[in-house]
Design a protein around this ligand. Structure first.
Ligand SMILES: [Zn+2]
Length: 333
């Protein structure tokens, strides 16, 4: 091998050694139930692997192929210890509560994997030089956890929450909606947050203010609930509890717009008090005659009365404001 090749090889080895992130894991709670459960059901090797996998995943989500794009992080450490709460990341040291591990009922390995994806994200995301909204920071961390497939069952569903910057699962679901409007949105938002922060970043990237986007998102969530086939069965079975929470949001402003195309099928479910004529036709006649199949739901209605089985699934272009304070039915308390 020529001297110049050797020099090149050495240089590249040195570079990769310098650029590799060091992942470590320590269990300081070995004598506790949580520490023991961590060792038996998760393990330090697995924990280290998750730190590495989550880091690669962050670079992918944030579209940061080179080191120059990323925060300068040489080491990420996982420390299992007795403490309150779940976990936190301080200077790229992730502290995980052994007490939380002990008390978690269910698949603790999957849960902790999700928690670590969230915490590792804090090491790689930009924070607008400290100026970024804290709720957004936590929302981006949970967005990464969501996209990695580790959203836990206790999260709010799409459309849940009261404010876009409520943080965590609420903001993560909202960011996922924004990502649906433009692929790579979260990557571009994060990139903008390298040097500062403004809510106007949403407007710059998506053409609407963050408040407009939140309003659209809440409306979208109502539509998404109303249109699936389960709606008919659910509404009729649980009516009035479900229908009463949907109607104030959807009916007053939506039904007149939607009526020409989809109201014949939607109204009996959504607008019992607003569309009494249609309700009478469906509830009093069709159901009493057994013409509506509650198992198959709304599809039967649309096939019978609208011809196209796909028509109802196409969400109409609607502009309306959900009433404040009216909870969505798919939202957890
Ligand atoms: Zn966090």
């Amino acid at each position: 091998m020529e001297a110049s090749s050797v020099a090149l090889l050495l240089a590249s080895l040195l570079f990769s050694a310098a650029s590799a992130v060091d992942y470590t894991a320590t269990n300081n709670a070995g004598g506790t139930p949580g520490g023991a459960r961590f060792d038996s059901e998760i393990g330090l090797d697995y924990g280290k692997q998750v730190l590495a996998d989550a880091s690669s995943f962050c670079w992918s989500i944030f579209q940061q192929p080179t080191e120059a794009d990323r925060r300068s992080v040489q080491r990420i450490a996982l420390i299992v210890e007795s403490m309150d709460g779940v976990a936190y990341n301080s200077n790229d040291e992730i502290h995980l509560s052994a007490d939380y591990v002990a008390g978690y009922s269910g698949d603790v390995r999957t849960e902790i994997t999700g928690v670590l994806y969230h915490e590792v994200t804090h090491s790689w995301q930009w924070n607008g030089r400290g100026a970024a909204n804290g709720g957004l920071i936590e929302g981006i961390a949970d967005f990464v956890r969501l996209k990695a497939g580790y959203a836990p069952g206790h999260w709010v569903g799409p459309g849940g929450g009261d404010r876009w910057d409520q943080g965590y699962d609420v903001t993560a679901r909202f960011l996922d909606y924004c990502e649906g409007l433009m692929a790579g949105f979260v990557a571009q938002l994060n990139a903008k947050m390298r040097d500062g922060y403004s809510d106007d970043f949403f407007q710059q990237l998506l053409g609407k203010t963050v408040d407009q986007l939140w309003t659209d998102y809440k409306a979208h969530a109502v539509c998404a609930f109303v249109y699936p086939t389960m709606c008919l069965a659910a509404c009729l079975a649980v009516y009035p509890a479900i229908c009463h929470s949907i109607c104030p949001v959807v009916c007053p402003t939506v039904c007149p717009i939607v009526c020409p195309t989809v109201c014949p099928a939607i109204c009996p479910i959504v607008c019992p008090t607003v569309c009494p004529v249609v309700v009478k036709r469906y509830i009093n006649q069709d159901i009493s005659k057994g013409n509506i199949d509650l198992e198959k739901g709304i599809g039967v209605v649309e096939d019978k009365h609208m011809g196209s089985s796909n028509k109802l699934r196409d969400e109409p272009k609607l502009e309306y404001q959900p009433l404040p304070g009216v909870p969505l039915v798919n939202e957890k308390p």
